[in-house]
Every structure is written in C-alpha cells, then in structure tokens.
Design a protein around this ligand. Structure first.
Ligand code: CA
Ligand code: CA
Ligand code: CA
Length: 144
C-alpha cells in the first residue's frame, strides 16, 4: 500500500511537470492538476499554492530527505525500475544545472507552462475564469 501511494504521488508530480505540448495520452489535464493546488478552496489558484503543492510532492520524491531527488531515493524491488524511468523524465525538465539530480529549488521554483498559459492578466494567480479558459483550451486541443 505504501509503495502504491508513493508511486501515485510520484506520477502526480510528473504530470505537473509536463507541458501541454509534450503531454501524452495518459497524462492528466494540467488544469485539473493545478485545481488540486487550491488549498483554501476559493477557486483561485495562486502561485504560492502551486509552490506549496510542489513542496509536498518533492518531499515524497526525495524519499531520503536529503534535498535532492536522485538515484539514492530509488525504491527497492518492483518500483525501482519505474522510479528510474520517472526520474529520467523529471531530470530532462527539472535538472537545470545538469548534475544528474533534482534539487529542491530546481523542482519547486521551476516554471509551470500551464500556469503561465492560463494566467492571462499576469497577476500570478489563476482566477475561476482563467481556470475555465484553461480547461476549454485543453478540451479544444484534445478534440483536434
Ligand atoms: Ca486558492
Ligand atoms: Ca534524496
Ligand atoms: Ca540539478
């Protein structure tokens, strides 16, 4: 059960990281992932809420808690290989300094293409209207 939970959270972290252009069929709608960041439930997703969500996800990826997501966090057993695959994908986006590991800052401070695409008025928050627009953009791209 514990491994399943960790894997689910890890996949969630990956989904946040994927730009719409690079999205695979299995990826969740970025707008839905962003919606989960709405901690105070006011319907607006602030950048601070996104950062807080990333903090929680990183804490789960960095299984040994040393501030870096790397091979040393690799789970034993059946999930090891899956972790390797996910880490390779995450590195391609988050390992800005190419040292082979993802630091806390590289993960938490990384830009979010979906957030930037949806924040039309540039106030660093996604209002309910902006979230609705982001969802319809995604729906339009899916129907093509
Ligand atoms: Ca909110
Ligand atoms: Ca670590
Ligand atoms: Ca790095």
């Amino acid at each position: 059960m514990k491994h399943t939970l960790i894997t689910a959270l890890f996949v969630g972290a990956l989904t946040i990281s994927v730009a719409p252009a690079a999205a695979k069929k299995s990826d969740r709608d970025p707008a839905e992932v962003l919606a989960e960041a709405d901690q105070n439930g006011d319907g607006t997703i602030t950048w601070a809420e996104v950062v807080t969500m990333r903090e929680g996800l990183f804490a789960r990826i960095d299984r040994n808690g040393d501030g870096y997501a790397d091979d040393r966090d690799r789970p034993r057993g059946a999930f090891g290989r899956r972790y390797d695959e996910k880490l390779t994908e995450l590195r391609s986006r988050f390992d800005v300094n190419s040292d082979g590991r993802i630091s806390h800052a590289e993960f938490v401070d990384a830009p979010s293409p979906a957030f930037e695409a949806g924040d039309f008025d540039g106030d660093n928050a996604l209002s309910p209207d902006e979230m609705a627009a982001l969802r319809s953009m995604r729906a339009a791209s899916n129907s093509q």
